[in-house]
Design a protein around this ligand. Structure first.
Ligand code: FE2
Ligand code: FE2
Length: 312
């Protein structure tokens, strides 16, 4: 494992001594300097998968517990785990590119001398490396096509043009980051998993912990501002809709073709699978109550989170 770079500690500035926003940014900048990875060097991309090991935890897979799952051989289940984890990474990549745009817009409006802005720019650097890592991983296993549905892809294009800043930007970011974090945190500790899957997860979990901290604090600050009435309603519902789209998109129906299943039928089975619905609730277990606590969930948003199986 090679740290991307290592820089010595720098004396805190006056602003970071007194301003909590600057203080957090300073700490995150320090952590980024000491604990960042270069997936190009830190992952052995030529390594072949270890026969029989899972690419994703079987219990978190979309068909686990169904009759269709029972009909698959062990080899097919392991093969499907490779395609499902790549689909998750491919959707992660899609969102990260959107997030980089949002962070760039955020930084554009801030003082570049502030450590807060410098951290936002540093986070774009992390996400760039993650996106290349996910792209390379997907390419290795032939899963580059597992992008979100074309409608969602086009929605993303519109979103890039009209991306809201404010609470929904941070809430949507947190949902994407924390759903994936839950899955990867468990996966990186699972000894049944392929070494490459564990390493990708480990790199992502370590670096995303900073992003989550940054976004959580920004969301709290945003909610302390006076967002009221229809503006607040829009942010609440926009964030819930983004969360539902992300949760629905993580497993591309195309993955089922890899083991000879009918994609439509398998996708329908996965959507109705109570085990997979429970997995989604488990993925949302940390972030959704936080969004509720800070006032980001109104009755319409609650309905959307429930329909998406992200809360009970
Ligand atoms: Fe990332
Ligand atoms: Fe991130």
């Amino acid at each position: 494992m090679t740290a991307l770079q290592a820089v010595p500690d720098v004396e805190p500035t006056e602003a970071s001594r007194v301003n909590p926003r600057e203080k957090t940014a300073r700490r995150l900048l320090g952590s980024s300097a000491k604990n960042s990875y270069s997936p190009d060097l830190d992952i052995d991309w030529d390594a072949e998968p270890v026969e029989g090991m899972w690419h994703m935890q079987p219990e978190r897979m979309s068909l686990y517990g169904t009759a269709l799952w029972e009909s698959l051989t062990q080899e097919q289940r392991v093969e499907l785990s490779k395609h499902e984890v790549i689909s998750v990474a491919r959707v992660g990549l899609w969102f990260e590119i959107l997030l980089m745009g949002m962070l760039a817009s955020h930084a554009y409006n801030q003082d570049p001398a502030s450590e807060h802005t410098q951290y936002a720019l540093t986070e774009i650097g992390d996400e760039t490396r993650h996106s290349v890592m996910f792209a390379r991983w997907a390419d290795k296993y032939g899963g580059v096509a597992y992008k979100p549905h074309p409608v969602v892809h086009h929605l993303g294009k519109v979103f890039r043009l009209v991306a809201p800043t404010g609470p929904s930007m941070w809430a949507a970011t947190l949902v994407a980051e924390e759903l994936l974090d839950r899955l990867q945190r468990e996966g990186m500790a699972d000894e049944r998993m392929q070494p490459m899957s564990r390493m990708v997860s480990r790199i992502h979990v370590i670096e995303e912990a900073r992003h989550v901290r940054f976004a959580r604090e920004e969301l709290v600050r945003e909610m302390e501002k006076s967002h009221r009435g229809p503006v607040l309603w829009f942010h609440q519902v926009f964030a819930a809709a983004a969360a539902a789209i992300i949760a629905e998109s993580i497993i591309s129906p195309k993955v089922y073709e890899s083991v000879g299943l009918d994609p439509k039928q398998a996708h329908r089975t996965a959507r109705r699978n109570p085990e997979f619905q429970e997995t989604k609730r488990w993925m949302g277990e940390k972030i959704v109550p936080f969004l509720d606590e800070v006032g980001m969930i109104n009755p319409v948003a609650r309905f959307i989170y429930r329909r998406a199986h992200l809360m009970s």
